[in-house]
Design a protein around this ligand. Structure first.
Ligand SMILES: NC(=O)c1ccc[n+]([C@@H]2O[C@H](COP(=O)([O-])OP(=O)(O)OC[C@H]3O[C@@H](n4cnc5c(N)ncnc54)[C@H](O)[C@@H]3O)[C@@H](O)[C@H]2O)c1
Ligand SMILES: O=P(O)(O)OC[C@@H](O)[C@@H](O)[C@H](O)[C@H](O)CO
Length: 382
């Protein structure tokens, strides 16, 4: 069995690659980072260090590595004979990997089972985004895409920080993980991946993960950044930051319980578990990594505006989420291209225009005036 995995970064090596390896797949990593690919291609194995309660070390071997920029034809050939393709490159990169995936699917021999494609990104229905990009490049003369590949949405959860320089290919990760996969597209032929959970209705799980883990995490990052703290665990050790994060998760809990019918006590236990994960002092995770790409995080269907808009539509003012968004607007990390772009938008547009550009909210939306006030406040500070 063979899997081609795009993105040999933190989650690629520390989670998706590991689980596919443990499921018995030979993993072919495809990435555009030449140094990383050269290192992987020259290595026989790397280790995943799980830190926290019950630490463990796992070894990943039986992999190969290809540069999807300079060795595109080789990647196409690997996809042509693979069972699975996964990605962990970032939602905005899916459009760049789609053409090579489309060519790989087109090159498959007739009679092979459909390629199983899963995007493992922090975004609602990322695989649907990838499929749309592949469809856009599909040559219908080759045959039907639906007959050649199945696309399944997934929700992936494991905190994998940026790795310390000098650690080579080894990855430090938390012990917790969850990979939830939509079973329905596989029509009874879902892959066997021990450690992954297959469900019939993925939507509520994706929203629960994004609006709890990622909303809480990003809130800790932005409040922590404002407080001048570097590590997420230090941010969570600050009582004010911890209280603000908790208040945010109270709001998203209300939405998730009301919208998806999650049991209130189970959702509370889920929140508690996640808050505990953020405080893990063994995990060297930073507010800069977790707060990265603030324009993506402040966009319409993402972890802040997504739940806040739905609460506003239900007549609730999401005070705590608005507080976190105010902190996000102050995330001015000069090393983050989106934070720099956010600063430019705030400096060069009216409050009305900046609110629309940053959040994608329509001016008539009930949340719009509250966010516009935050934007205005931020603009008067600069
Ligand atoms: N790190 C985590 O804790 C975590 C957890 C769950 C989900 N995720 C999601 O996984 C995705 C990747 O996150 P990460 O933390 O591993 O980031 P990362 O930056 O460590 O890894 C991304 C990798 O993608 C590669 N890449 C970029 N453009 C590419 C291209 N065109 N073709 C092939 N490879 C390309 C990069 O070189 C890099 O190695 C994101 O969507 C993120 O939200 C991350
Ligand atoms: O990857 P991002 O930028 O969408 O979000 C940053 C972190 O919140 C994220 O990577 C988490 O560590 C991860 O989603 C945990 O499962």
């Amino acid at each position: 069995m063979k899997a081609v995995h795009f993105g040999a970064g933190n989650i690629g090596r520390g989670f998706v690659g590991l689980l596919l390896h443990e499921a018995g797949y030979e993993v072919v990593f495809a990435d555009v980072a030449s140094e990383l690919i050269d290192q992987l291609a020259a290595a026989d194995s790397y280790q995943v260090h799980e830190v926290g309660e019950q630490p463990a070390v796992r070894t990943v071997d039986n992999f190969r590595a290809l540069n999807s920029g300079s060795q595109e034809a080789d990647v196409v050939a690997e996809i042509a004979t693979a069972d699975i393709v996964t990605t962990a490159v970032g939602p905005h990169i899916l459009k760049f990997v789609a053409p090579v995936i489309a060519r790989g699917i087109a090159a498959r021999a007739a009679g092979l089972p459909p390629l199983q494609v899963m995007a493992c990104e922090n975004a609602i229905n990322a695989t649907d985004l990838l499929r749309a990009e592949v469809e856009g490049r599909w040559d219908t003369a080759v045959g039907s895409l639906a007959g050649a590949a199945v696309f399944a949405n997934t929700a992936v959860d494991r905190i994998v920080p940026n790795q310390a320089p000098g650690q080579g290919l080894d990855v430090t990760v938390e012990t917790f993980y969850e990979w939830v996969i939509d079973r329905t597209p596989f029509a009874g032929h879902a892959p066997v991946i021990p450690g992954a959970t297959f469900v019939d209705e993925l939507g509520p799980y994706i929203e629960r993960k994004l609006f709890t883990v990622n909303t809480g995490h990003a809130s800790a990052a932005y409040f922590g950044f404002e407080a001048g703290l570097e590590k997420i665990s230090d941010a969570m050790a600050d009582q004010d930051v911890a209280a603000d994060v908790r208040a945010v998760l109270d709001e998203t809990k209300e939405l998730l319980v009301a919208k998806h019918g999650f049991n209130r006590d189970e959702q509370e236990a889920y929140v508690q578990k996640i808050l505990g994960r953020f405080t893990n002092p063994h995990l060297p995770d930073t507010v800069n990594r977790v707060g990265r790409a603030p324009l993506r995080k402040l966009s319409r269907n993402e972890r802040f505006i997504g739940p806040a808009a739905e609460l506003a539509e239900r007549g609730i003012v999401p005070e705590a989420l608005l507080g976190a968004m105010a902190a996000a607007l102050r995330f001015n990390d000069p090393a983050d291209a989106e934070a720099v772009e956010l600063g430019k938008i705030l400096a060069e547009s009216s409050a009305e225009e900046a609110t629309a550009k940053i959040t994608g909210l329509a001016a008539e939306h009930p949340l719009f005036p509250a966010v516009r006030s935050l934007v205005q406040e931020r603009q008067t500070e600069s």
